[in-house]
Design a protein around this ligand. Structure first.
Ligand SMILES: [Zn+2]
Ligand SMILES: [Zn+2]
Ligand SMILES: [Zn+2]
Ligand SMILES: [Zn+2]
Length: 361
């Protein structure tokens, strides 16, 4: 008597394999850099179909025919005991390419080639049940890799739209992912940020969940409990989950620092010999850290140093010490430079652009 093998996808295993890959890659933010995942393994290389075509002097059509897929494949090379993930870079969207690579990484991480004893996983030679099992596991893996549940379900805005923009996945994948995690919630599943994988994404979650965008000056910044725009002082700020906003975001310059909000040169007298331990300029005596002026008056607000481009306190809306002392120009002069061409009182103080990393907090 022969026993019929039962092929049932193991979703828990696929989910854990994605967590394992995030742990190996020390992923801290989204979107996940799937194309670069091969650098963490000695036996894995990720290449485009065009590379393979050139290498073997084949046409793209021949590559598709040979690999049995017009999207991608995970190829086990027995002679080298290593894996080659190939993806068709001509697929119409970047989002679909990302999913394909993540899916193939699933086959790699879950050792499907070994299990199926196939150099290339394909329908050929496998029963439908067995093939479908590998495919379902690889898709589950891809979902958990590109949209880690602990990261996306703990976003203030968990929606199909936020999944599309934050995870860089297609609308179809975002819909499926959203419904899948949402069903999980209904069944009592929780994704705790205190887990190991949760802690990996905690900085990212803080940043996204506290991110605001000003409707007035279009500044994008991430400060917890902020009530006012740090550049124009407007209370008209709204939550915005796109950290590095799109092109519409304005960059408002401040002064170059050595990383702890302390400027490299004194913004008032341009003295370069700033004592790293002291907070006052040794030449003109200026307090070098940008803080809330309300705190200077009556200690009613925070004395935390703020980035050097901040003009208004995010908590109370008072002017910052830099802005109060005329060291930063009004936001409108940056947003609408053509307006102050004829203005004889416009500041001729040209602030230094600070690095991307310092903007905003
Ligand atoms: Zn597959
Ligand atoms: Zn503003
Ligand atoms: Zn000075
Ligand atoms: Zn304040």
């Amino acid at each position: 008597m022969t026993m019929k093998r039962i092929f049932k996808p193991n979703f828990k295993k696929a989910e854990n394999a994605a967590i394992e890959l995030h742990s190996i890659a020390k992923t801290k933010e989204l979107p996940v850099k799937v194309r670069k995942m091969d650098k963490f393994f000695d036996d894995l290389t990720i290449k485009k179909y065009s590379w393979y075509a050139k290498e073997w002097e084949m046409t793209l059509e021949e590559v598709i025919e040979y690999l049995g897929s017009d999207e991608g494949c995970c190829f086990y090379l027995k002679q080298f005991d290593s894996y080659l993930i190939l993806y068709n870079e001509n697929i119409d969207t970047n989002e679909r390419i990302r999913w394909t690579i993540a899916h193939e990484l699933g086959h790699y991480m879950l050792k499907h080639n070994t299990k199926s004893k196939r150099a290339i996983l394909g329908r050929g030679g496998l029963s439908d049940e067995e093939y479908d099992m590998y495919e379902k596991e690889a898709n589950c893996f891809a979902r958990n890799l590109l949209a880690p549940p602990v990261a996306v379900t703990n976003l203030n805005v968990f929606s199909t739209d936020s999944l599309i923009h934050i995870c860089k996945i297609s609308l179809e994948a975002a819909n499926n992912t959203y419904n899948f995690y949402d069903n999980g919630f209904r069944m009592g599943k929780t994704y705790n940020t205190t887990s190991k994988i949760g802690r990996q994404f905690s900085g990212f979650l803080n940043k996204v969940n506290n991110n605001k965008r000003c409707d007035n000056c279009e500044m994008n910044f991430s400060i917890k409990n902020s009530n006012y725009c740090v550049v124009c002082g407007s209370g008209n700020i709204s939550h915005n989950y796109l950290i590095k906003g799109e092109d519409a975001d304005m960059i408002y310059p401040g002064y170059a620092t050595n990383g702890n909000h302390k400027p490299i040169t004194c913004p008032r007298c341009e003295n370069e010999e700033i004592n790293i331990n002291g907070n006052y300029c040794s030449t003109c005596g200026f307090y070098l850290l940008n803080t809330c002026t309300n705190n200077l008056h009556d200690q009613s607000c925070t004395d935390d140093p703020m980035p050097t481009n901040i003009r208004f306190c995010p908590y109370c809306g008072a002017q910052s010490t830099y802005y109060y002392n005329g060291l930063l120009v009004n936001w409108e002069q940056i947003k609408f430079p053509e307006r102050n061409k004829e203005d004889p009182f416009a500041s001729n103080n040209t602030p230094i652009y600070i690095s991307e990393d310092e903007l905003p907090f």
